[in-house]
Design a protein around this ligand. Structure first.
Ligand code: 13P
Length: 256
């Protein structure tokens, strides 16, 4: 059984008081969604603050990015060891905003994925097609290329700590959510690729999150899909009520 993972990607939002308040608000209500694993990914400068606000509540801590080197002269970068040191257990890698605004390649994402696993972090590796790629009928090919490139050299054993996230770029922050059929098609294909590249056990184990305009009113339908194992949430993760409502929907949709 795959425990649904409900992850909030706060992106470059919040400040100290609002990060603290949001984390505390989520922590207080975490018990409402016992069947789901909750995760918040604040900006790195607020990780320690958010860790303290979460306290002993059942909410995990993740970062939004990291550098692939362990330490050294890389001004402005943060390593996986540092993220672990400050209490993070997950790291989002290859988010579409990093791929398309900051020009991260599959090779960059791959190096970071390898380094994250080495540092003991669980990477959430994101893939997703642009609108023009979907319209050109290239979705499956784009996702396959990102999958292959981002996960190059990752062993079956290491895959146990990896989470995948399908985030169609055209659905991010636009209010245009993928239809359940569109999401399930890509998720099922990703699972097939896991089975082909690794084996059935890995394919059964790895969680594949959907991201892109997930809100309380559409979460139930998406999370009920056989190959959707959680959500990576942007805008709605900035409101404790919405985030918890999505987590409750995930708990209810829990597939055995
Ligand atoms: P929205 O939920 O705001 O569309 O963002 C999705 C996302 O990019 C999560 O990583």
């Amino acid at each position: 059984m795959r425990t649904p993972l409900i992850a909030g990607n706060w992106k470059m939002n919040t400040d100290s008081p609002s990060a603290q308040g949001l984390a505390a608000g989520i922590a207080t209500r975490a018990v409402e969604s016992a069947g789901a694993e909750l995760l918040v990914c604040p900006p790195s400068v607020y990780l320690a603050l958010v860790r303290d606000a979460i306290g002993n509540a059942r909410v995990g801590l993740g970062a939004q990015n990291m550098y692939h080197e362990a330490n050294g002269a890389y001004t402005g970068e943060i390593s996986g060891n540092m993220l672990r040191d400050v209490g993070a257990s997950y790291v989002i890698l290859g988010h579409s905003e990093r791929r398309h605004i900051l020009d991260e390649s599959d090779e960059d994402v791959n190096k970071k994925t390898v380094a994250a696993i080495a540092a003991g972090l669980k990477p959430i590796v994101c893939v997703g097609e642009l609108l023009e790629e979907r319209e050109a009928g290239r979705t499956a090919e784009v996702i396959r290329t990102q999958f292959e490139g981002s996960l190059a050299g990752i062993t079956a054993e290491a895959m146990a700590s990896v989470v995948l996230a399908y985030e169609p770029v055209w659905a991010i922050g636009t209010g245009k959510v993928a239809t359940p059929a569109q999401a399930e098609e890509v998720h099922a294909d990703l699972r097939k690729q896991l089975a082909e590249r690794y084996n059935d056990a890995v394919a059964e184990q790895v969680r594949i999150l959907y991201g892109g305009s997930v809100k309380p009113d559409n979460a139930g339908d998406l999370l009920a899909l056989p190959n959707v194992d959680g959500a990576l949430i942007g805008g709605a993760s900035l409101k404790a009520d919405d985030f918890i409502a999505i987590a409750v929907a995930a708990s209810a949709a829990c597939k055995v």
